[in-house]
Design a protein around this ligand. Structure first.
Ligand code: AHG
Ligand code: MN
Ligand code: MN
Length: 325
């Protein structure tokens, strides 16, 4: 069976040369990160780096390595890189111009899964400047509606690359023999309805009432107000949870709760919530804070955190209703 390469698919979608080159560079970076992740146990890089990132989280050695690989490869047409692992914006151009890109990324998502050999990934979001901007960190606070492309790589049983450049969502698999990313899941769509939720239920006592009531009602199954039974999954890796939702539907919740309210939530707006929000919407799903569309949140800082509820459209709407009543 002949499968399109990443390049052939981007060409077929009419992607311009600058964006194509940037996405190809990102794909090369992700393949390199996959290789380092795979060799982690041999290289002794699975453990802690002995440092904390700007969010006060303990960094794994592979968090730092992945960030360096990404920043070392992804530069074509890029005015600035904004990384989860780096406090300040990494400006690559002195005078950012219209047409230049800002790339936001989480170099290694779900890195607590490294110790237990479960899926991790890399998330990225791309904005194209429509005018020259000052080289000022505040200038990268651009709402998710301005993203022109977003995606993630997943390092699981196989390495995948899932991408939107505005027309649907395409899934590619890294072919170990040739090194190419081949289109294996064209036009991924999220079913509107679902009977599967993903949430870290150990935070139950910290949840706000709407989330607690929603989960209580799901757990009551066919005898409760939802009139159906629900299955539950939690990978502790947003990439893996979103990949499952893009494949078979479901909802993912990381709400604001009493334990993370001071930070605004757990997940980061610009390199986790926005790119996943764009992908999920492009696949026919919805992405909400519970009280509004994620992509319309006005960023107040490039490491800002937000509540995240995303997945099957009708189920996200139900959860929003719990928040409004
Ligand atoms: P990261 O490894 O980039 O810090 O992100 C981890 C995130 C996300 O991938 C996952 O959904 C969530 O944190 C898991 O949180 P819990 O440890 O609370 O389950
Ligand atoms: Mn992450
Ligand atoms: Mn990370």
């Amino acid at each position: 069976m002949h499968q399109k390469t990443l390049r052939q698919e981007l060409d077929a979608q009419g992607t311009d040369a600058d964006l194509t080159r940037l996405i190809e560079d990102i794909a090369v970076a992700c393949a390199r990160i996959a290789d380092r992740v795979r060799h982690g146990a041999f290289a002794g890089t699975l453990g802690a780096a002995g440092t904390e990132n700007v969010q006060g989280e303990t960094q794994k050695e592979l968090d730092v390595i992945s960030d360096e690989i990404f920043a070392g490869i992804v530069s074509s047409g890029v005015a600035a890189l904004v990384s989860e692992e780096v406090d300040t914006v990494n400006w690559l151009k002195d005078k950012p111009q219209a047409g230049d890109f800002i790339v936001y990324y989480d170099p290694l998502d779900g890195s607590s899964n490294l110790d237990v050999n479960l899926s991790v990934g890399t998330i990225f979001s791309i904005v194209r400047l429509d005018e020259a901007i000052a080289r000022d960190d505040a200038a990268v606070r651009i709402a998710g509606t301005r993203q022109i492309a977003a995606g993630y790589a997943i390092y699981g049983p196989s390495t995948g690359l899932v991408l939107t450049v505005g027309q649907g969502v395409q899934g590619f698999t890294h072919h170990p023999g040739s090194g190419a990313f081949l289109l294996t899941a064209p036009d991924m769509r999220i079913p509107e309805e679902t009977q599967e939720f993903a949430i870290n239920a150990s935070r139950y006592d910290k949840w706000e009432p709407p989330v607690r009531t929603y989960i209580d009602d799901c757990l009551r199954g066919a005898n409760g107000p939802r009139d159906k039974t629900f299955n539950m999954r939690w990978c502790a890796s947003m990439v893996a949870d979103v990949h499952r939702i893009l494949t078979r539907g479901g909802v993912f919740l990381y709400p604001r709760d009493a334990g993370n309210a001071a930070q605004g939530g757990k997940l980061r707006l610009m390199y986790e919530a926005n790119p996943m929000g764009l992908l999920v919407e492009a696949a026919g799903g919805a992405a909400s804070t519970g009280r509004g569309r994620i992509l319309e949140v006005s960023p107040e800082g490039h490491h800002q955190r937000v509540p995240v509820i995303l997945g099957s459209k009708a189920e996200v709407a139900v959860i929003e209703e719990y928040h409004s009543s």
